[in-house]
Design a protein around this ligand. Sequence first.
Ligand SMILES: [Zn+2]
Ligand SMILES: [Zn+2]
Ligand SMILES: [Zn+2]
Length: 362
Amino acid sequence: MDRPDATFTLAYIVFALCFVFTPTEFRTAGFTVQHMFSEWLGSEDISFIQHHIKRSTLTLLLHCCLPLGYYIGMCFAAPEQNLMYVHQASPGWQVYFAFSLAVQLVSCALAFYWSRRGWSNHPICRALGAHALPQSSWRAVASSINTEFRRIDKFASGCPSARVIVTDTWVMKVSTYSLHVALHQDCHLTVTDSRQHSLSPELNAPVQILTITVASINPRVRPFDIRLKSTEYVELQEKLHAPIRNAANVVIHLTMSELFLETFKTYVRMNAVYWCPSGQELEPCIGCMQASASVKLLRLCQADGEGECQQCYCRPMWCLTCMGKWFASRQDQQQPETWLSSRVPCPTCRAKFCILDVCAVE
Ligand SMILES: [Zn+2]
Ligand SMILES: [Zn+2]
Ligand SMILES: [Zn+2]
């Protein structure tokens, strides 16, 4: 790729995507609106609402600069297009210039409009206004939220682009452009969906992400969705002092061991199957005495005489769930990232096995 304009276009697209969606690498490098303009935005801990009013406005302005920034960059990357002089540029570029300038001007006008009357026009302030008492304004609500946000016992979770914050009386979701707020006593929380990930990128351990819909009886508050890890569910429930409904009958895995069991089963299903010799009856599992035995340990992970795994000669005696629980119980509870790769002894003969050696019996 020796054409400078193509190189610039590609680099700019990557830059713009990273700037808008801020992946973890960008975030840790401090390349976020919050970090770069921290002086002007003020501390989130001291004035939470004011911080997010300014942050969302600035984010809008900066994101709307991106189309025009590309045009200006192309003026230098492709000088033969004569982009410096708009009237000499090709019609396609003229349309693009008009479009990006319009985006820029509209965003500036919108930011200016929001900032009038002490930010009263800003969407966040309007959302807070829905909770204000008849004689008061959004400012009273904002100061209540600011005070509660300063307390250290608030519940905070979620990914940086959609944080969930629950204080003593408020449920909030902070996303790139918006802030959703609902009052505990007005809202119903309902678990609507769950998603199981065998390995989360940051933890290297299984996670279950729950989607919870927050609906308020206040007609001026629009319902919104929050997402959090199932292991944080109990903490959320304690903070809310109210039950969370489970409309979709989602099975919530509250502990690491429960979560691991699902992952264990998924991995075992990918392993080879052990064909039971005909005529051999499968006995009930000696762990739970309910299901019939359904797994056999076969050393499949390495060739003979290599590695730490040993051959187990036991007949199938355990069901998959009990074997998974046994496997989880032998792990270091503080280091879930080592669970999948570790070896544990067979519950009957003590021969060491790993997750690759567990075979379903057919
Ligand atoms: Zn069992
Ligand atoms: Zn054994
Ligand atoms: Zn093995």
